[in-house]
Unconditional design. Sequence first.
Length: 210
Amino acid sequence: MKLILLGAPGAGKGTQAEIFSKRLNIPTISTGNILRAAMKNGTPVGLQAREYVESGKLVPDAVVIGIVQERLAEPDCADGYILDGMPRTIPQAEALESCGIEIDCALSIEVSDDVIIERMSGRRTCPDCGASFHVRSNPPKQDGVCDLCGAALTIRADDAPETVRARLATYHQETEPLKAFYAARGKLKTVDNQPTIEATTAEIARALGL
């Protein structure tokens, strides 16, 4: 199965990608991870990307798609893959198609903005050991203190409410139109966010016919 996960930042795409990668025995292709790996390994497209990153510029679509093509050509993608974080825009989706990269399904996890803001602004992270907590769904035993190492928990800059709102605005403007793009091709499936990770997983499995 060749799957794209869509959804706002904080919708749970990364968590669900990890679950279905194991269930279907196919790799999750995270553009951020493969970009870093390509730069580290010095592949031709990775070297191109490094020039942009080192000069503080955004890596252009053509280079990102070249890196995705390199990764999808590897043997572990022969039976399918999950694309996480790509495509982010309609031009990227069109470029994937023009390169012959086909997908079976674009699955969108639907979560309201209010829920996303509450979910992300409630996250707390330990700067020392990396453990993560949530003030409602997974609170630390002692408020503001890491259960594992006792360090003071922090709010990541990305999780501050004003930052989350800005990221949501970008998502609605640039990425959400992909739903109509894939619906027009008969490839869109949507799943409403559920109260638990397990319930969302079950809904996704049902939508995919697993």
